[in-house]
Ligand binder design. Structure first.
Ligand code: ADP
Length: 679
């Protein structure tokens, strides 16, 4: 076994690898970028080296710097984790040339599998089923169009060098082929530096099922069963489980054998994942092999009791596979949910910012939590926006699901957009509970997964009442004022004070901390009249007028009693004057208008327009000084292949743009100074 290894990664996977090293007594070396100096993986490692600036290409992707840090530290091996350099055959080669061990498969196996075209070819030769398609060198549009016709629509165009769900285009009919091909080639060239594509028959409503394999230098290959990763958004996984629900023993045998055959075909060693699609007739087709540890490996560990990272280290150190196939068993069911800093309502765009709150339930033998971030840390736009993985194991699938749901109900995240509620709704949905959803399920059910079940005015009034009472309670907890005149709790000599609180209200789409409410399509204003009476508080919203109390039940939960109605709510402070009111699996987001904004009127308050998400400016549409009508598009941002338009909040004109075309911007950056026309 190694004495010291360098972990060429960050975040949860770096922390995950560290944990195994600690248990095995292997010393650890972390690397970090300038923005990660205080990150968890740096603090947990035995030693750490700063290797460059925040941008991944200057640090975590800078092969030379990673290798230099390894040499400096005296580490014998490098574990690449997943992402970054983990699937770079060139990096693996350079590591070996530096006299270090790359903890991964042989370079030749990485090369073979890194091209989706070569992989398809090899699998066909090894008798592993693939989908009808074309993976040849001919790349002219006319030739590819003829091949697409032969394969039959719908067809998927995939970048040969693609990965992470990028560089894929679905073509439903011949008329769309040329445009889709151009777009795919452009994206492939930009993202992977290789414009080549392949064609593959598009399977309707398949399930994604993958096999965990391991090989060693003696040529032995075993599998550690399968994982079902069909719950995907943007072709990226969000929930994974093992075993795959509803698979028969015969199907499992075919699948796992195909997985092992794929690994043998490339002389595989170490941990790998062979991905298949399962069609509705029960047939499996190879789609690709990932030559590294997967994000979702913990579900396999939870049911097999095997530490996959330990096996990786042992095999890389030259040991044989620790167990033979017959000795590898499984017990129970495990499910993982990935918590992301992203906004499901905005097409799952990544979110960035400072984590005001980040609380996970305590780990147990049946509940694993993997994270590399803590409250107070910044979620940077430079890296993958995953916040944590929550993995539950139980004897049955239903019990594991329930345990995962209970765990997620205890998670608290504030300060950055996140998919917590989306995951909870997804896990609670009937098809997911039943098991065996397909990869199109999320896409096809987005409205239900994103929408609140209750949206009537009385529910919104309840939320505004809760927000108002919570705000007043906070004011009263604030340090006591020196004189009665500085008190903010409504105290007045000889009179009942009434006070007006205004809440900008978005039922579903989050209010990004810096986005003017006017830019949010469904934001509306609710006004709450507060009466400070001797007997307590009275609230008036519209025609509803009654005394109201908020009881703190602990753990962010409250009992709201307003007149003759009472209900439990969860209240979370998401930012300055910004609250999330949760009610079962519904969530209402409210932001209090500040007094100044109320005095100056909405047009003044909305005089600058901010970026709702990190991205790149692709167009400035108005000339400064030119009169524009309310709603006129002013600027376009591109993020994650999607365009977002900022519009004029009122009649007026752009005073100045604060960013230029091509510029990379952070969420919340002020982009436009806008001057509203005099009313
Ligand atoms: P990447 O390397 O970008 O992850 P994959 O080839 O692994 O790309 O595919 C990712 C996901 O895209 C799959 O899990 C599946 O949901 C979808 N997909 C890929 N190929 C097909 C296909 N031929 N038909 C239908 N869906 C597909």
């Amino acid at each position: 076994m190694f004495e010291k290894i360098l972990i060429a990664n960050r975040g949860e996977i770096a922390c995950r690898i560290l944990a195994t090293c600690r248990r095995l007594g292997v010393a650890t070396v972390a690397i970090y970028s300038e923005v990660d100096a205080d990150a968890l993986h740096v603090r947990r490692a035995d030693e750490a080296y700063c290797i460059g600036a925040a941008a991944a290409r200057d640090s975590y992707l800078a092969a030379e710097r990673v290798i230099a840090a390894a040499r400096r530290s005296g580490a014998q091996a490098i574990h690449p984790g997943y992402g970054f350099l983990s699937e770079s055959a060139e990096f693996a080669e350079r590591v070996a040339a530096a006299g270090l061990v790359f903890i991964g498969p042989p370079v030749a196996a990485m090369r073979a599998m890194s091209s989706k075209a070569t992989a398809r070819e090899l699998m066909q030769r090894a008798g592993v089923p693939t989908l009808p398609g074309y993976q040849g060198e001919q790349q002219s549009p006319a030739y590819l169009r003829r091949e697409a016709e032969r394969v039959g629509y719908p067809v998927l165009i995939k970048a040969v060098a693609g990965g992470g769900g990028k560089g894929m285009r679905l073509v439903a009919a011949a008329a769309e082929f040329d445009a889709a091909l151009l777009a795919c080639q452009r994206e492939a060239a930009a993202s992977f530096g290789d414009a080549r594509v392949l064609l593959e028959k598009y399977l309707q409503q398949p399930r994604h099922i993958e096999v965990q394999v391991f090989g060693d230098a003696s040529g032995a290959v075993v599998h550690l069963f399968e994982r079902d990763c069909s719950a995907q958004r943007r072709h990226q996984k969000v929930i994974e489980e093992s075993p795959a629900p509803g698979l028969t023993d015969a199907q499992r045998a075919v699948l796992t054998q195909a997985g092992c055959a794929a690994a043998r075909a490339v002389g595989y060693t170490g941990a790998g994942t062979v991905e298949f699609l399962l069609d509705r007739a029960g047939q499996f087709y190879f789609i690709e092999m990932n030559t590294r540890i997967q994000v979702e490996h913990p579900v396999t560990e939870m049911i097999t009791g095997i530490d996959l990272v330990e096996w990786q280290l042992r095999i890389a150190a030259g040991e044989r596979l620790p167990l033979e196939q017959h000795a590898i068993g499984r017990e129970g069911h495990a499910i993982e949910a990935r918590l992301y800093a992203e906004v499901p309502e905005a097409g799952f765009l990544p979110s960035s910012g400072t984590l005001r709150r980040f609380e996970l339930p305590p780990a147990t033998a049946a509940l694993r939590l993997e994270t590399g971030i803590e409250a107070g840390d910044r979620v940077s736009i430079d890296y993958d926006p995953m916040l944590a993985k929550v993995i539950a194991r139980a004897d049955s699938r239903i019990a594991a699901l329930a345990a995962l749901q209970a765990a997620l109900a205890q998670v608290r995240i504030a300060g950055v957009g996140n998919n917590l509620l989306f995951l909870r709704r997804l896990l609670a949905s009937e098809p997911l509970q039943r098991g065996g959803i397909d990869t199109e399920f999320i896409e096809g059910h987005l409205p239900e997964l994103l929408r609140n079940t209750a949206t009537d005015a009385s529910i919104e009034a309840q939320a505004a009442a809760a927000a108002t009472l919570w705000t007043i309670a906070q004011e009263q907890h604030a340090p006591a004022a020196a004189t009665p005149w500085e008190r903010s709790d409504g105290w007045r000599l000889n009179a009942t004070l009434t006070r007006l609180l205004q809440w900008e209200f978005a039922a579903c789409a989050p209010l990004a901390a810096s986005t003017p409410a006017a830019a949010q399509t469904d934001a509306k204003l609710i006004e709450v009249q507060v009466e400070y009476r001797a007997s307590g508080l009275g609230l008036r919203i519209g025609s509803r007028h009654a005394s109201a109390v908020l009881h703190d039940l602990g753990g962010d939960r409250y009992l709201l009693r307003w007149g003759d109605r009472s209900e439990r709510v969860q209240i979370l402070e998401d930012g300055p004057r910004q609250l999330q009111i949760g009610r079962a699996l519904d969530c209402y987001r409210l932001r209090r208008r500040d007094a100044l904004a109320a005095v100056e009127g909405p047009q003044q308050a909305e005089s600058s327009l901010a970026a709702p998400m990190p991205g790149r400016i692709i167009a400035l549409l108005s000339k400064p000084g030119e009169a524009v009508a309310k709603g006129t598009p002013l600027l376009i941002i591109e993020a994650m292949k999607m365009e977002h338009t900022l519009r004029a909040p009122a009649d007026g004109s752009v005073r100045a743009y604060r960013a230029a075309v091509g510029e990379q911007i952070e969420e919340g950056a002020q982009l436009i100074d806008f001057e509203a026309a005099a009313p």
